[in-house]
Design a protein around this ligand. Sequence first.
Ligand SMILES: [Zn+2]
Length: 78
Amino acid sequence: MSGRTYDWSNGVIEYELRCDSCGQVFECGDDSYYSWPVLCAAAEAEGWSIGSGFDGGHECAGCSSVSPRAGLAAARAA
Ligand SMILES: [Zn+2]
């Protein structure tokens, strides 16, 4: 599970998108982290490979270009 939520005491939930391969956290330049779908869309626009669902695979632009698609399974087997 690469997605993470922060539920602050004031009721604001922030989402964190982390690369499954290298652990890099996607940093958005706006307030996209308040919405998981919006955050994923923003990451995809930056070249990230986003799996379906909160628990799906997520890879940053660098990792997804090295191991596109089937690379997720291959990376686990390696
Ligand atoms: Zn990565």
